[in-house]
Structure formats: C-alpha cells, structure tokens
Write a protein that binds this ligand. Structure first.
Ligand code: ADP
Ligand code: MG
Length: 233
C-alpha cells in the first residue's frame, strides 16, 4: 500500500533522511516515534507529496508519487503542524472550500457532519481566526478527512487537544481504521499511539532503528523498546 525504498533527503549539506525503507500494508495502523529532529515530519511530508525526496522511491497504492502525484494525493488525508485553514473563513466555509477542491459530493452535508463529529457545531459560523489552538486542531482534523481518504498521515494530531477532543479524535481514527483506512501517525504520546495503532516504527537520525510489530501492546513494553533505541547514542 505504502512503500518507500532508500529515501534520502538532504537540505544544504545536512542529511535529514538517510535511507528510509518502509513497507506498510493496506489497513495497517502505524505510529512513528522518535526524538525531536529525527526526521519524522519529513517522512510524512514526502509520503503526502508536500516535499520531494532527494533520492529513493515512494509508492502509494501502487502509484508512483513522482508521476501520479495528483491521484495519490486524493487518496491521502494529511494533518500537518500547519492547519492549512483560512483564518477569515468559518469552519463550514473552510471545509466546503477543501471539499470542493477534492470534488466531494454533497459537500455541505459532509462538512456539517464532520464539524459535529469534532464537536464544533456551536462555532460553525465563526471565523477560524478567533479559535483557540485546540479548536483549530479539531477543525484541521475535519479538513484532513473531508474527502474520506484511504490513507491518513497525521503529524502529532493530539497536540493542543483537550481530553474530550482527544477522545473524539481517537474515535474518528478508530472509525476510519474499521473502514479499512491505512493510518500513519507521528506522536510523542505512547498512550495515544497504543489506543489506535498496532505497529510502532522508531526513527532516529533519519533512519528506521526499530519496527515493532506483533509486540505486546502495553506502555511498559513500548517505552522500554523506545528507551533502548533512543537513549543509545
Ligand atoms: N526546510 C528545512 N530546512 C532546513 N532544515 C530542515 C527543514 N525541514 C527539516 N529540517 C531539519 O531536518 C531535521 C528533521 O526535521 P523533522 O522531520 O521536522 O523532524 P521531527 O519531525 O522528527 O522532529 C531537523 O534537524 C530539522 O531542523
Ligand atoms: Mg515533527
């Protein structure tokens, strides 16, 4: 479903990714863990087509990211650090705008349903400019999935969310998981990773240093593995 081979990214004389090989099957839910600056967001941006790799291959659902970038992007829901929202527009206007961009049918209905799902119905007609960070994150989540993507690329999605919103987000992720979506989520919150993901990839210094599959799903096991990899220099 998602395959990278020898992904390398250099910026200036800095080598940010040093040969990332990942193979992710349809329907897998993968948490990407790793220290700040490890290259996690860069991997996600390359998968989402926001950034080009310096070398290596990326295949998304059998499509080559270089040749079929438009088709592969439609399959992807990308939640980045940047919300991509328009400040002067309301949640409803934002979602309708992005929905139309993706050719979503019955876009108003779908937008309202998602606004409800992320718990913002009461603020549906207020400009996003007045929103708190957590409210923006909620609407950014709705924006990322407006076109019902097969693949979710979520970069630290729980950041800034209150307890209720964390539960709402996990519910959305689990619903999409059940519907067969493939999910890749960067997170520092191992508890949240365990709630939704079944596989844990650890990235350090631009390389995959561990790939935990069929591991005992508890906090101690993940934390121990993580510390083993990340504490060692
Ligand atoms: N546009 C850029 N220009 C220069 N350096 C960058 C750029 N994007 C990322 N980097 C560098 O690449 C490294 C990895 O960044 P990033 O992928 O954002 O890490 P992570 O998400 O794991 O914290 C960092 O050292 C960062 O400073
Ligand atoms: Mg990051």
């Amino acid at each position: 479903m998602i395959e990278t081979k020898g992904l390398i990214k250099t910026i200036g004389d800095k080598m940010i990714l040093r040969g990332i090989n990942l193979s992710i099957e349809k329907g897998e839910t993968v948490a990407i863990l790793g220290p700040n600056g490890a290259g996690k967001s860069t991997v996600l941006k390359i998968l989402g087509g926001l950034v080009k790799a310096s070398s290596g291959e990326v295949k998304i659902a059998g499509l080559d990211m270089k040749k079929d970038s438009y088709d592969s992007k439609r399959k992807i829901g990308f939640l980045a650090h940047n919300s991509f929202l328009y400040d002067h527009l309301t949640p409803l206007e934002n979602l309708k705008f992005f929905g139309k961009l993706y050719g979503v049918q019955d876009v108003e209905e779908r937008a309202k349903k998602l606004i409800d799902e992320v718990g913002l119905s009461f603020f549906m007609h207020d400009p996003v400019r007045s929103f708190s960070r957590g409210m923006i994150q909620r609407i950014a989540i709705a924006r990322a999935i407006i076109h019902d993507p097969e693949i979710l690329l979520f970069d630290e999605p729980h950041t800034g969310l209150d307890q209720q919103a964390i539960q709402l987000l996990n519910k959305v992720i689990l619903r999409m998981k059940q519907e067969g979506a493939t999910i890749i989520m960067v997170t520092h919150d191992f508890g949240q990773a365990l709630e939704t993901c079944d596989r844990f990839v650890i990235i350090k210094n631009g390389k995959v240093v561990d790939d935990l599959q069929n591991i005992e799903k508890n906090l101690e096991a993940i934390t121990e593995k993580y510390m083993e990899q990340v504490a060692s220099l």
